[in-house]
Design a protein around this ligand. Sequence first.
Ligand code: ADP
Length: 193
Amino acid sequence: MSFNVIFFGPPAAGKGTQAKIMEAKYGLKQLSTGDMLRAQIAQGTDLGLQAKEIMDAGKLVSDEIVIGMIADNMEKNPKARGFIFDGFPRTHAQAEALGVMLKEKNAKIDLVLELQVDDTALLDRIKKRAVEEGRSDDTVEAMKVRLEQYRSYSAEVLPYYKVQGIVIAIDGMRPVDEVTMQLEAVLADDINS
Ligand code: ADP
């Protein structure tokens, strides 16, 4: 049986950082729609050109685009023990589509780990990341939109999984290694059961 988990949380909550650690530790493949979109931009594809403007404004790229990318990448990794979905799903339609794709493989979302970080800390992290990584959407302006978007899409997506009783809150304000320990405590318990 595969094991599939969603890392959910606001921009700069540390989803990518933690997903990479868990990927190595548990043999789960990280699928980040943000990374996939940035790769398209770097390659200068039509899709990338289309997405860049939307991303720089802090808005959501269309469901069709991100669902298609996730489907492709799931197909490309048939041997993975399971997936860590990072930055996806962000809408109800994406959550539904994900459920259908997993069902075709006799799988489901087993766990949603919700990283909680307050807005002030997020803004500080984004300012730091802007200097370190130079992401064109890490501006204070775009960040405000991304935080608003987060509030709206988390209210749309989290209840979908909460009724299934699979959402677990993680304190994302702690240092990286302490967040890792919290995630491991939950994952180690669930992955083998
Ligand atoms: P962050 O969570 O730090 O904002 P991401 O790398 O996850 O960064 O996403 C960057 C941008 O890519 C988002 O602001 C959005 O424009 C786009 N994007 C990523 N994933 C999705 C998705 N599932 N649905 C729609 N747009 C997305």
